[in-house]
Write a protein that binds this ligand. Structure first.
Ligand code: MLT
Length: 462
């Protein structure tokens, strides 16, 4: 798979996915994102990995390097401790410099980056032989200081194992703070990108929230039930070149919970208010499960705002009688036991059987997301899903590029449903994600982000 893109382009290109060189040594470049220069290479088969992200995290624009952990780096307990992580992060930084402006960047400018403060968040144990993918992001460039954040992701399971926040001061030979030379400021300044931000926007009966990240044409990511926008963390972090917009629907996450007014129409109108607020005429709309039902409603009510469609683990049919009855039961559970009760009833079928065995931490992540729903929001969403219209008549009329994604172990909206939906849409493609269930973007984040990126690449710019 090749994604030809220009590397070392001019400043006109603010976010470019590029890269790939493979080194015979212990570092392998996975990918890099730069905004200055001039070569043409093929981009990676792998996207920049990411785990759960901080809300204020800036976009990574440095090469991601792979670092193998050796036994001599590990402590008496046989694992890489917090202090050793500092060295791993430092190794990765030098490699990144070597791949970009050169390891002599500081020497040739006659200053040295003295570390003034470094904090390692040690998240998971790492052992000899583990391969870590390390990225780096510029948080701030000051007159004499430089602030970076680095993250180490374990290659075999995409888990974030440690994060580093580090502040450097440029000093002269005598150790005195020295103004940041222009070349260094340009190197790091050019890599600072629009940080993630949360926007709040008013609708008729409350204030809703959405996470925004990156620049480019709009990609609206609509979460499922009982989840919130954080289920898209990997896609928010990696789908560069797109303005990623991940709202919390009314009733959950950081959005307010009006006491009523829950329907597919209200969700769709809320999202159009968000696009209006951001002055965006159109967006590619991606929806997971209930998010897909909302996407269909947007197509019914506001088709002119939808520029492309990504239907993830969802279905076009309305609820049959049995499903409607099950919604009623769950509304009762939401009212009597709260969101946790609903999550427990749904969890066994939300995550695929492989994920439940191999990624048990995702169970807690889903519980946390469900815990950010209000009772009104949950009962409202269940009622909205129960009453949603049949969207199958819409399928043959869809005239936007469409991608259907489904986890091969999805029990709630199984692959057969997605196949039928895909063949009913004139120009749709379908991808099945191995070893993932109903929450494929969360369970197999790299695979889903990759197929989304490939699809988005082909969507004509609005
Ligand atoms: C979802 O993931 O959004 C729900 O499973 C949708 C549904 O229950 O129909």
């Amino acid at each position: 798979m090749g994604w030809p893109r220009a590397l070392w382009e001019t400043d006109l290109v603010s976010e470019v996915t590029v890269a790939i060189l493979t080194r015979p040594l212990r570092y392998t470049i996975i990918s890099s994102e730069v905004s200055t220069g001039g070569l043409l290479l093929n981009a990676p088969d792998d996207l920049i990995p990411a785990g759960p992200l901080q809300a204020d995290e800036p976009v990574s624009l440095f090469p991601v390097v792979e670092v193998t952990v050796y036994s001599y780096e590990c402590d008496a307990f046989g694992h890489l401790n917090q202090a050793a992580f500092l060295q791993v992060f430092e190794r990765a930084r030098w490699e990144m410099l070597a791949l970009g402006p050169g390891p002599d960047l500081f020497d040739r400018n006659k200053v040295w980056p003295a570390v003034r403060r470094a904090t390692v968040d040690y998240l998971l144990p790492v052992f000899p032989g583990d391969v870590l993918k390390v990225d780096a992001e510029v948080v701030k460039v000051g007159g004499t200081s430089l602030e970076l954040r680095q993250r180490a992701v374990r290659a075999k399971d995409d888990q974030v194992v440690a994060q580093l926040h580090i502040v450097f001061v440029t000093v002269d030979k005598a150790g005195r703070p020295s103004p940041m030379p222009a070349e260094i400021a340009a190197v790091f300044g050019s890599r600072a990108s629009r940080a993630a931000e949360t926007v709040r926007f008013g609708v008729s009966d409350g204030v809703l929230a959405a996470e925004l990240r990156g620049d480019g044409p709009a990609l609206l990511l609509i979460h499922g039930f009982p989840l919130d926008h954080t289920m898209w963390a990997h896609q928010i972090a990696t789908l560069k070149g797109w303005r990623r917009i991940a709202p919390d629907l009314r009733g959950c996450g950081e959005s307010e919970s009006p006491s009523g007014g829950y329907s597919m129409a209200a969700y769709a109108d809320d999202l159009v208010s968000l696009l209006d607020r951001l002055k965006l005429e159109k967006a590619v709309v991606a929806g997971l499960s209930m998010g897909g039902y909302v996407a269909f409603e947007m197509l019914r009510r506001h088709a002119e705002r939808v520029h492309g469609l990504i239907l993830v683990d969802t279905r076009a049919e309305a609820d049959a009688a049995e499903a409607r009855a099950a919604r009623e039961t769950l509304i009762g559970v939401a009212r009597s036991e709260g969101p946790g009760g609903v999550a427990e009833r749904m969890l066994p079928r939300l995550l695929g059987r492989t994920t439940q065995r191999t990624q048990p931490h995702l169970v807690s992540q889903v519980r946390e997301m469900a815990g950010r729903w209000s009772v009104a929001g949950m009962a409202g969403a269940l009622g909205a899903m129960r009453d949603r219209p049949d969207s199958t008549p819409l399928l043959p009329r869809l005239d936007v590029p469409t991608l259907v994604i489904v986890g091969e172990e999805d029990e709630l909206t199984p692959p057969a449903l997605s196949r039928a939906m895909t063949s009913a849409i004139p120009s749709a493609a379908m991808t099945t994600i191995a070893a993932a269930g109903h929450l494929s973007p969360l369970e197999a984040p790299s695979a889903v982000s990759r197929v989304m990126a490939e699809f988005l690449e082909a969507v004509p710019r609005p």
